[in-house]
Write a protein that binds this ligand. Structure first.
Ligand SMILES: Nc1ncnc2c1ncn2[C@@H]1O[C@H](COP(=O)(O)OP(=O)(O)OP(=O)(O)O)[C@@H](O)[C@H]1O
Ligand code: SF4
Ligand SMILES: [Mg+2]
Length: 358
């Protein structure tokens, strides 16, 4: 954690809890987001989608936590509910010592400034009828900050911060490429000088050649502004590059978490091992040594999750106990990274990903 981040925390008078990555700014405890499934015809609730079903993690100031897992595992719902853009069903979201879940909309307002989100699709997340200046200055308007010429100057400053030019301010989103649009989204997210950004697949919709530029921008901004990131992603190579720690999510639960180095080197949950086995190896010398684990079937419906371990319907190591008892997320090996598996074990054939990729 950087000294600027520490100074920021001290200036807020916050009591600094420790997180594995440094001084904690966000603590998520027992977070659940359940969506009722209703029938308008029958006028009754038919069931519940358990999109997030008891998630715990912390993020330190200036740190990046990667949240990974297949489609439908609950990553976006987790990100959105931290910002209360979706209301959590239960659990706590503690930001800088304050539990946000019980706050009224009005009391939440100052915290809203400090936590912002960047979405995956820069095409649909920017209003096509608004100029870049109105898009980037909108949060300043809502929070009544930087009036008149000062607001215009602030927008110019933000555009330059993300690698755009003040002349771009009078243009419309359709005049920009995908990468540039994502820069505009990032400028808007930075307008209120936040401490935490939820980045929901921020580069997945971009051309591969542009992805690295946006990832580099995010890294530079993190260094310059001491930002903490919750980085939601599918691409485990990018996660390896940008994240300090990683949490692997499956069917609404975190099944393994730890430092990125440790989890990539010694994954102990079969699901993490399967995900990592699919990471492309650029070095042809190492390519043949890695055994790809192909997962059968899809993620089960969170409306009707399996009993016991949520991964058991696709797990090649499953035993009877897996259907009976939900495994706890605990550190069974003293490696400092917990996993939720009754038969957690490091990969049999050595590191999951060769050193050339790690
Ligand atoms: N408003 C909603 N009502 C009902 N179910 C929902 C709602 N929002 C999300 N879900 C369901 O919750 C589960 C988790 O969705 P979520 O979008 O959080 O997954 P994700 O991990 O972000 O997936 P992806 O990688 O595809 O973005 C999915 O099964 C999804 O269909
Ligand atoms: S608890 Fe059982 S089913 Fe779940 S991951 Fe471990 S071995 Fe597989
Ligand atoms: Mg998502």
């Amino acid at each position: 954690m950087t000294s600027i981040a520490t100074a920021r925390l001290q200036s807020t008078g916050q009591t600094a809890e420790k997180s594995p990555g440094g001084t904690e700014i966000l603590r998520v405890e027992g977070l659940k987001v359940h969506f009722p499934v209703t029938s308008t015809l029958l006028r009754r609730t038919l069931g519940t989608v358990k999109a997030v079903d008891g998630v715990d993690f912390t993020i330190a100031a200036g740190e990046t936590l990667g949240l990974v897992g297949e489609s439908g595992c609950g990553k976006s719902t987790t990100g959105l509910s931290i910002l209360r853009l979706i209301e959590p069903t239960s659990g706590r979201v503690v930001f800088r010592g304050e539990d946000l879940t019980g706050l009224s909309k009005r009391s939440l307002r100052p915290y809203r400034r400090e936590m912002q989100i960047v979405l995956q699709d820069p095409y649909s997340s920017l209003d096509p009828r608004m100029t870049v200046r109105s898009i980037v200055s909108e949060p300043l308007k809502v929070h009544r900050l930087y009036k008149g010429a000062a607001r215009a100057e602030r927008v110019d400053e933000l555009l330059q911060l993300v690698g755009l030019q003040p002349e771009h301010a009078s243009r419309y989103p359709h005049e920009f490429s995908g990468g540039q649009r994502q820069r505009i989204s990032i400028a808007r997210a930075l307008a209120l000088d936040p401490q935490l950004l939820v980045l929901d697949e921020p580069v997945s919709a971009l051309d591969v050649s542009i992805q690295a530029q946006v990832v580099n921008l995010l890294e530079r901004l993190q260094d310059e502004l001491s930002l903490a990131y919750l980085f939601v992603a599918h691409d485990l190579s990018i996660v390896k590059h940008i994240c300090d720690r990683v949490a692997v999510m499956y069917l609404g639960h975190i099944v393994e978490t730890g430092t990125t180095d440790d989890v990539y080197k010694r994954p102990t949950h079969p699901y993490t091992q399967a995900l990592l086995s699919a990471v492309p190896i650029p070095d042809p010398e190492h390519r043949g040594r890695k055994k790809r684990i192909v997962l059968q079937g899809d993620v089960p419906s969170p409306q009707n999750p399996p009993s016991g371990c949520p991964f058991r319907t696709r797990c090649w190591k499953a035993q009877d106990i897996c259907a009976e008892e939900m495994p706890e997320l605990i550190d069974r090996f003293g490696h400092g990274h917990p996993s939720a598996c009754h038969f957690a074990a490091p990969p049999e054939n050595g590191p999951a990903v060769p050193a050339s990729v790690r």
